[in-house]
Write a protein of this length. Structure first.
Length: 322
């Protein structure tokens, strides 16, 4: 679609509408268009809504977390709020987002929570020693694992500050962070500068992108997963860590508290509180009664096939109501 970085953002819904309309018209002529499902409220949801209304087909919008940040913006937020009130159906990847949708006028019976899933062929508990051997990691050092793009809202700088404090008690600990470095290059440079200033370069490694299978190995090799994120819908990284039987320290955003039960399979700490993060991660390392199998088994999410079934069932419901 037509796109100008940083400028005319309130028009992105229009540009998206213009970019998809021809294909949707062709599908409608062929009798192959029954419903449009747009992922993210803006610009996808707004653009697809305009197209769906023009073609006379139902529109389902899937809210994934972005909306919570942008719904309060003067122009874009107004478009998102209108979309939520008028969409034929709304899928939310968390209860938090469903509450947000209902607050802004979504119809309750047309709004459904369908959490993200976990590929349990990749994310499952296994022997920590074997995982460390496979990755060439030290057998005894405590390992703190984090997964998330290197962007400001993931708050990696808070975790790094917490880890610096944690090193006073666990001097041989390591922090490993998996996440793409290209989205916010200035923030990535900030993280490297922070690590250098704190003098913890020998203990912290920013691994960049890692293929999914190896992420599971890193999670199985770790002692605790930590993510100080500021905003989430349904955090895949948290689900995947729990699926690997790893205790999780994270913040009460999105549906994190739906899955992480404080003291049971991890700890919940406030956003931007590095002292609380350091204390919780240290407690998770020192605690010896974590049961990885139990943490994994009690994770109440399905696989992606189940998610697909729930989504298509919801489409059927919306088509019957439309």
């Amino acid at each position: 679609m037509f796109y100008v970085p940083k400028f005319f953002k309130s028009l992105d819904g229009i540009w998206l509408y213009r970019s998809v309309l021809r294909q949707l018209v062709n599908l409608k002529k062929l009798g192959k268009l029954d419903l449009v499902d747009a992922h993210f409220g803006y610009p996808e949801g707004v653009g697809a809504f305009i197209a769906a209304r023009k073609l006379g087909v139902p529109l389902v919008v899937t809210l994934r977390g972005f909306e919570a940040e942008y719904i309060h913006k003067p122009v874009i937020g107004k478009q998102i709020r209108y979309l939520i009130r008028n969409a034929d159906g709304c899928i939310c990847v968390s209860h938090f987002l469903r509450d947000l949708a209902l607050e802004y006028g979504a119809v309750s019976e047309k709004t459904r929570v369908i959490h993200n899933a976990v590929d349990k062929r990749l994310f499952f508990p296994a022997d920590q020693t074997e995982a460390r051997k496979k990755l060439g990691l030290d057998k005894t050092s405590p390992i703190v694992m984090s997964v998330g793009h290197l962007i400001l809202r993931k708050r990696h700088h808070v975790l790094i500050a917490a880890f610096s404090e944690l090193l006073r008690k666990h001097r041989d600990a390591r922090l490993l962070v998996i996440g793409d470095k290209t989205f916010e290059p200035d923030y990535t440079r900030r993280l490297y500068d922070q690590i250098a200033i704190l003098g913890i370069g020998d203990s912290v490694e920013l691994l960049g992108n890692v293929e999914a299978g190896r992420i599971g190995d890193y999670l199985r090799a770790a002692d605790v997963f930590a993510l100080g994120t500021q905003r989430e819908g349904c955090c895949n990284a948290v689900l995947e860590a729990l699926a690997c039987g790893l205790p999780v320290v994270t913040t009460p955003v999105g549906d994190n508290t739906w899955f992480v039960k404080d003291g049971s399979n991890g700890y919940i700490v406030p956003v931007d509180d590095s002292a609380a993060m350091a204390s919780a991660v240290s407690n998770a390392i020192l605690r010896r009664d974590w049961d990885g199998e139990d943490i994994s088994v009690n994770l109440e999410v399905g696989d992606w096939d189940r998610v697909a079934t729930e989504v298509t069932d919801f489409f059927g419901t919306i088509l019957r109501l439309s």
